[in-house]
Design a protein around this ligand. Structure first.
Ligand code: SAM
Length: 244
């Protein structure tokens, strides 16, 4: 269970009404029951129910069962699309271990704003569902051109460009046969996925001219943006992330 409260030896943790309802009403737990807690910062803790009421309750932390497991330092930048598909992207990116999920406004992005709090709640649910101890951070929507202008010096960008369809532009080929490319391997990365209408020509030209941006193909078919996000995260994890 995710709880936005410090966790530590002997720490008491008050439950909100919804959490009490879930644990005692839905899950039918009572005093003395054990619950696994995490807050995204202090690892996973085994806690005991010391007070179980209808609308409130208290847990007490007993022991840490897992340390905080940080995901690789990966950002997913994506242009928000329809509400449900945006929810899907956030949920899947959190499951796939993106440390930071950043909605970006591009030339052809249709939505002008997103509800960051709602998207953050999806990231929390995804962390709960996949047994993570870390919760991906969802940032407010930012303009792509401003983000690129303030780009952190060593971060590399996997720019998913549907206009490329050559096998030579898939991610692993960025490293094939190249010596002295370890800096790229060990650098923090970001993935960029465009909106339904793709990138504009000026955006594409700008991205192609940036030394840290690497145009990458996800294959010869044009994928929907939500599919492209999952495919790119999979490819990145396989080549540079948790699974390499
Ligand atoms: N402009 C395209 C069109 O309407 O023909 C569609 C863009 S696609 C639905 C949305 C985004 O997914 C793209 O901007 C790109 O970032 C990513 N994408 C989809 N298919 C891709 C591919 N085969 N290679 C690389 N990126 C892809």
């Amino acid at each position: 269970l995710y709880i936005d409260h410090p966790l530590g030896e002997g720490q008491t943790v008050p439950l909100s009404r919804d959490q009490a309802h879930y644990l005692f009403g839905v899950m039918r737990l009572g005093e003395g029951a054990q619950v696994a807690l995490f807050n995204g910062r202090d690892g996973e803790w085994r806690a005991e129910v010391v007070e179980a009421g209808k609308k409130a309750g208290t847990l007490e932390c007993r022991e840490r069962t897992r340390p905080l497991q940080m995901p690789p330092d990966l950002w997913l930048l994506f242009a928000p699309i329809k509400k449900q598909r945006t929810d899907f992207i956030v949920e899947k990116a959190a499951e796939m271990g993106a440390a930071c999920i950043c909605p970006v406004q591009t030339d052809f992005t249709n939505s002008e704003r997103v509800r960051t709090d709602r998207l953050q709640a999806h990231a929390v649910e995804a962390a709960e569902q996949c047994g993570g101890t870390y919760v991906s951070e969802v940032t407010d929507m930012q303009k792509l051109d401003r983000l690129l202008a303030d780009w952190p010096e060593d971060r590399q960008l996997m720019f998913c460009d549907e206009a490329l369809a050559e096998p030579s532009s898939v991610l692993p080929s960025l490293f094939a046969g190249e010596k002295g490319r370890e800096d790229r391997r060990d650098a923090p990365w970001a993935i960029l996925i465009g909106p339904e209408g793709g990138f504009s020509e000026p955006e594409r030209d700008r991205l192609r001219g940036l030394s840290f941006a690497h145009p990458v193909s996800l294959g010869p078919r044009i994928l929907r943006a939500d599919t492209a996000a999952v495919a790119a995260l999979t490819l990145w994890q396989l080549t540079l992330g948790d699974w390499r």
